[in-house]
Design a protein around this ligand. Structure first.
Ligand code: PXG
Length: 288
């Protein structure tokens, strides 16, 4: 594997960052997780847009333009002969001194890792996932806005630990008001009376690229799509539930906190959206 760091490629052994990089010292930086399907990078422009928004929110000036980042991402896939894979774009604050001030960091570092993708077992998409809500609440907007895809993922990591300790792969995180926010690396949706609902960004959801794609697909299917505040009660009593993310794509959820959702099987809306999403990933994207 060849890894891009600040304009050069390094072998896996030599791809290293300084211990003085504030990405390591303080989690000061931003990232994106992107997928390549069938020789194309899916929703690349949207991911780079979000990277710029995250960077703007933490006052980090990206050392590359939108176009340069797109080209570098595609090039990293090409160099690694990735046609189907996972791309991690990381921008750290860069090397500084021992002290919080980012103003001591000379230049942000851009890292691009294009690798094979670790897929969820295919059976899961047929059988559905069992998930639980966890005690760790989603970050407050006023503390660390959950819209920022920063290198500070401890909030999510703690929730993930709680999910695994509870025997589940994913966790539903509530916000400090008790409303559903999202999962540790996925957004959450429900279907009720043929309407599609997902928590609003104001509830602590990430502006998920998969989330947006699924909302568009549902609207194309003439479904009503809304973003109300949702409670655990709403999830327990949903007709269908599923989670979305770049890695997971669309995974049906059949049990939440021990409550079986409807028939305990992936529902028709979820199944149709999975098919439509698969078609889209195989047909669109930035050519590698
Ligand atoms: N919420 C959070 C907190 C996320 O980190 C999503 C929702 C889904 O967003 P997208 O844009 O992917 O539909 C994410 C995405 C990983 C990994 O390594 C995490 C994400 C994406 C890819 C890989 O666990 N987070």
């Amino acid at each position: 594997m060849k890894i891009f760091i600040d304009g050069k490629y390094y072998s896996e052994r030599d791809a290293k960052v300084s211990v003085f990089d504030h990405g390591l010292l303080y989690g000061d930086g931003v990232f994106e997780g992107i997928r390549a399907y069938n020789g194309r990078v899916f929703k690349l422009a949207e991911h780079i847009d979000r990277l710029f928004y995250s960077a703007q929110a933490i006052m980090l000036k990206l050392p590359m333009t939108h176009r340069q980042l797109m080209d570098a991402t595609v090039d990293a896939c090409r160099k690694n002969k990735i046609r189907n894979g996972y791309i991690r774009l990381v921008v750290t604050r860069g090397v500084g001194s021992l002290g919080l001030s980012p103003y001591r960091c000379k230049k942000p570092s851009v890292i691009i890792i294009a690798d094979q993708v670790q897929l969820y077992p295919p059976a899961l998409y047929k059988k559905g996932l069992d998930i639980i809500t966890v005690p760790t609440v989603r970050n407050l907007h006023s503390a660390l806005n959950p819209a920022i895809k920063s290198l500070n993922y401890l909030n999510n990591v703690l929730a993930k630990i709680e999910a695994i300790n509870g025997g589940c792969e994913e966790a539903i995180m509530l916000n400090s008001e008790g409303y559903i926010a999202e999962c540790t690396a996925d957004n959450v949706f429900i279907v009720k009376a043929n309407q599609l609902m997902t928590p609003p960004l104001s509830a602590g959801a990430l502006y998920g690229i998969t989330r947006g794609t699924v909302m568009d697909l549902a609207r194309d299917n003439d479904m009503e799509v809304s973003e109300p505040n949702l409670t655990r009660y709403d999830l327990f009593n949903a007709d269908e539930c599923f989670i979305t993310g770049t890695g997971a794509e669309i995974v049906p959820v059949v049990k939440i906190d021990g409550r079986v959702i409807k028939g305990g099987k992936p529902g028709p809306v979820t199944t149709k959206l999975i098919e439509q999403y698969r078609a889209l990933t195989n047909e669109t994207g930035e050519p590698i």
